[in-house]
Each structure stands twice: as C-alpha cells, then as structure tokens.
Design a protein around this ligand. Structure first.
Ligand SMILES: [Zn+2]
Ligand SMILES: [Zn+2]
Length: 267
C-alpha cells in the first residue's frame, strides 16, 4: 500500500533557530536550516470501497504541533504514536483538540499509543483531558492505548522498535519498508532484526560533538551503514549542523532531512 511520510519537524528540543543564538545556522537564509521540533506524519489512502478517506498517523506532538498541522493542512487524525515523554515530543497534545473533534464524529476517540511511563506523564500534564472526573468541555477526544509490539491503525501496521535514549527506554516505529527512530543514544542488538530490509530509515543526529542521550552524526552514519536502508534521513538536528555543509560530507544514501520533506513509503 502506497503512503507518504512527511517530516513535520527535524529540529532538536530547542528548535533551530535557537533562541538568543546568532550563529551561521540560526541566521541562515536557507529554509532547510529552520527546524521545528521533531515529528512526522504518515498518511495513506484507505483502499476499501466504502471509504476513500485519507488516513493520518502522527508520531509525537511537540510544542510546534499546531504550526506543523497548519502547514500540512491536517484535517483529522486517526492515531498518534508517542516515542517518549520529553517536552519536545508531547507538549502539543493540547493542539490535537480540534482535529480530534473532527475525527470523533466519524470514528470515536482517537487512540494515543504510549508506553506506561509516557502515559503517566501525559495523564499528569494533561489531567484536564484524561481524569475521569474532567468536565472540561473542549477536552481532546482521545484515549490512551498501551504500546504493543505491533499496533494496527486501520489498514497499516506499526511495529515498536525499542531503543535507548540515555538512561531511558523509548520507542521507535517501523511501518512497512520504513522506520522512524528519534532521540537514540543506543540501538540494542535485539532491535536490529526489526530494521532489516528497509527502503527508508530515519535516524537522529544531533551534532558532531558527543551528547549523553543523543547520537552524533558519525554514530548515525555507522548505524545507517549497518542497517543498509536504501536511503537514510537524519533528524533531531541541532544548530551546529548547517544543512548544505553537513550534506556534502555525508556518504551516498545518507542525508539530513528538513521540515516539509515528503518521502514515498510502502505500508
Ligand atoms: Zn527530543
Ligand atoms: Zn528526548
């Protein structure tokens, strides 16, 4: 089944430009150097005869989600998958509200797939959506669903790919011939078999200088070479990496992604 992967944001937690910074990347005129917080949209057309409706799945809703949804002209959402509960991946949950009103009318509550430790944070921060006694009239029409090894969203299957983010165990996702991993400092050996025979692989690459919970460009390139997807796109990029300059030093088949990039995928 044909689908489309759209990069809604490719920046690190602070976004690029980074507040107060006047470095060459933060002041660059190249629009690919402007990066919102990390998120992707996966969409496909339902093949069934009764509905020609477009399906949309979001991975992470960070603080820029509203702006990203406007840019992508999102009109509804079928599911959200959460990688982990850091602010740059969850704080836009509140902006799901109008999208879930639209989805609720036809499909009921929108499932939010989250590991138990992620769900706990979501329930705490957004208690006015989730607490059973909430009477807040415009709360999001969502329901938390546990993260499973495999999750079906209508016609598509999403597989959980466990990875390490510093001390945290977080989730990456595989769907069809594509995998999306962000905020990774280590890929456990047991997760490599889940990443075989990929056309498109998304990996994080923060910068060149090491960081305790994020991969460097060099580490990402090593993983890209080992996994051997036809094309690897790098995301969760800090302002140390200029788009053009960095791409020139990357090997064939590996490149920095940028906000708005669309990639055809097979689900
Ligand atoms: Zn992050
Ligand atoms: Zn994180």
């Amino acid at each position: 089944m044909e689908g489309l992967l759209t990069f809604l944001g490719t920046g690190t937690s602070m976004g690029v430009p980074t507040l107060t910074c006047e470095c060459a990347v933060c002041t660059s005129a190249d629009s690919r150097d402007q990066r919102l917080r990390p998120s992707v949209l996966v969409k496909w057309k339902a093949a069934s005869h009764e509905s020609n409706r477009e399906r949309t799945v979001i991975i992470d809703t960070g603080p820029d989600f509203r702006q990203q949804a406007l840019r992508a002209r999102l009109s509804h959402v079928d599911a959200v998958l959460y990688t982990h509960a850091h602010a740059d991946h969850i704080l836009g949950l509140d902006d799901l509200r109008p999208l879930t009103f639209a989805s609720f009318r036809t499909g009921g509550f929108v499932p939010l797939y989250a590991a138990s430790q992620t769900a706990e944070v979501l329930e705490r921060i957004f208690d006015y959506h989730f607490s059973s006694g909430s009477t807040y009239p415009t709360r999001a029409r969502v329901r938390l669903e546990p993260l499973a090894d495999r999750m079906r969203v209508h016609e598509a299957e999403f597989t959980c790919v466990p990875v390490k983010h510093g001390e945290m165990d977080i989730a990456g996702f595989r769907f069809g011939d594509t995998a999306y991993l962000t905020d990774v400092s280590e890929i456990p050996e047991s997760s490599f078999p889940l990443l075989e025979v990929l056309n498109t692989l998304v990996l994080p690459a923060l910068r060149h200088h090491p960081h305790p919970s994020h991969a460097t460009v060099r580490q990402a390139v090593e993983w890209a070479e080992r996994i051997g997807a036809r094309q690897t796109w790098l995301t969760h990029i800090a302002h140390e990496l200029g788009h053009e300059v960095t791409n020139r030093m990357l090997p064939p088949g590996v490149a920095l992604a940028y906000d708005g990039l669309e990639v055809a995928v097979n689900l």
